[in-house]
Ligand binder design. Structure first.
Ligand SMILES: [Zn+2]
Length: 462
């Protein structure tokens, strides 16, 4: 099956820059992009299906590098709305210990539906809430991703350091190290697909320094490197975490990870708000990637990550919306806007750039974070761009949408980032249309939302 998006405005990263190609046609064959050329050089009759692109901006499917899909069960929870990270977690652990297959599966489907509607075709999901004895397992998320048709990096998360050992979570919410490792092996064996264009990969992801033992960090590192899967964790998110690491390990968060040999091109770290110049240089030198989650960092009052200084140093940076309990929305373009706005504020206060040599973050930089930057974090050269050989993941935004009208004529990239981005009109993932006219194509969105509302009202709204 071949498809041509004919005579559209195509935006794609190419050789480190973001290109805006007016009057171009995008050719698809099955699951792959096979051509990108000026419309006049293309013969539409040669394609099975042709979509007139003259009113559309086409972008690569957005790549979200950090999420906790299950947290859709507790978004906007009143008791946790106005708390800093540690207190926020303490309140939420009490709710999250109720998770099971059905509630996680429903939450994941709602969160994935929201991502897809906003043009996100690949998401990482860091799922670490697996209280022993409860029927919450990795399949709850994998099944949701497969049903809705999104590409996923499912991070087999873990917590093994409970309150009695000096960790943050209650003891009954953490797993034994051996159980974590055994289940990690199980899900890699059963689900990890390392082929190009894979819809499903497994990453390994101990949660954070304050709820995982150093022993599990080391064993997870060894397992991931033996099996060739990526490593992910939260790091340097708050001042409180920095203090915790200094008191417990005698090291700042990045130093703690370095001691554990937990930096490298196979590692992507969520947050990295509190970094000094030496730590930024170390991330660059080791090829460690960063998932920047500006909305969550602002929502929790954590701080503003040094996104532009990381980029200047040569660190790979992607964007994350973060879990639904600390963002409450799953729109990567909104995260790109937040990255841009927060970078502009941070720049004004940045002692490292007192002369203002850097200037203000551009919309094209923010959109690169949400596309090629995210793909690089996940080690996916076939994602995040629309050059021939890319996976057929892309989103079409209508330039006449009232949210974009006027702006899209001026500058399509800035329109997508600076305006309040609307849902995409059509979204394709792996060559399949998953969103049509702004709605999930094969999913009853209201029925799905109603099922989640019922579940939350019965079990998570107290
Ligand atoms: Zn997170």
């Amino acid at each position: 099956m071949t498809l041509l998006i004919h005579n559209a405005t195509v935006i794609t990263p190419a050789a480190g820059e973001l290109q805006t190609l007016f009057g171009h046609s995008l050719a698809i064959d099955g699951q792959w992009v096979t051509g990108l050329a000026p419309a006049g050089q293309v013969v539409p009759d040669q394609y099975d299906e042709v979509i007139a692109g003259d009113r559309f901006i086409v972008i690569p499917g957005l790549v979200n590098t950090h999420h906790h899909l299950y947290q859709t069960l507790t978004r906007c929870l009143p008791a946790a709305q106005n708390l800093l990270l540690f207190d926020w977690l303490r309140v939420l652990y009490e709710r999250w210990r109720e998770v099971d297959y059905r509630s996680v599966n429903l939450a994941a489907k709602v969160a994935i539906a929201e991502l897809l509607r906003h043009g996100c075709t690949t998401t990482s999901d860091h799922f670490y809430m697996l209280p022993p004895g409860r029927d919450a397992r990795m399949e709850a998320v994998l099944d949701a991703a497969e049903e809705l048709g999104i590409r996923i990096h499912l991070c087999r998360g873990s917590m093994s350091l409970g309150a009695s050992g000096g960790g943050l979570p209650p003891d009954d919410c953490v797993e034994a190290d051996a159980d974590v490792l055994a289940d990690s092996v199980r899900v890699i064996d059963a689900y990890h697909d390392d082929s190009a264009g894979a819809m499903r990969r497994i990453d390994l992801a101990p949660c954070s320094p304050f709820n995982v033992t150093p022993e599990l960090m080391r064993d997870t590192r060894d397992l991931a490197r033996a099996r060739g899967v990526r490593l992910h964790t939260h790091l340097a998110e708050t001042v409180e975490e920095e203090r915790y690491c200094l008191e417990k390990y005698g090291r700042r968060p990045v130093g703690y990870l370095a001691d554990l040999d937990w930096l490298g091109p196979d590692v992507y770290l969520a947050h990295c708000v509190y970094l000094n110049d030496d730590e930024i240089a170390l991330l660059a030198k080791t090829g460690t990637s960063v998932s920047h989650n500006p909305t969550s960092n602002l929502r929790l009052g954590s701080g503003i990550a040094p996104g532009e200084r990381l980029l200047d140093a040569g660190v790979t940076v992607g964007l994350g919306v973060d879990g639904a309990s600390s963002n409450d929305g799953g729109n990567p373009l909104a995260a790109a806007k937040m990255a841009l706005l927060s970078a502009r504020v941070r720049w004004r206060f940045d002692a490292a750039d007192p002369a203002g040599a850097r200037g203000l973050m551009a919309a094209s930089t923010a959109l690169r974070l949400a596309t090629s930057g995210g793909a690089a974090c996940l080690g996916r050269t076939e994602l995040g761009h629309l050059q021939p050989g890319a996976a057929a993941d892309f989103a079409l935004f209508h330039i006449d949408d009232v949210a974009l009208a006027g702006a899209a004529i001026q500058d399509p990239v800035a329109a997508l980032v600076l305006c309040d981005s609307p849902p995409a009109t059509h979204v394709y993932c792996n060559g399949r249309r998953v969103v049509e006219n702004g709605r999930l194509k094969d999913v009853d969105e209201e029925a799905l939302g109603a099922a989640l509302n019922e579940c939350v009202a019965a079990r998570f709204a107290w």
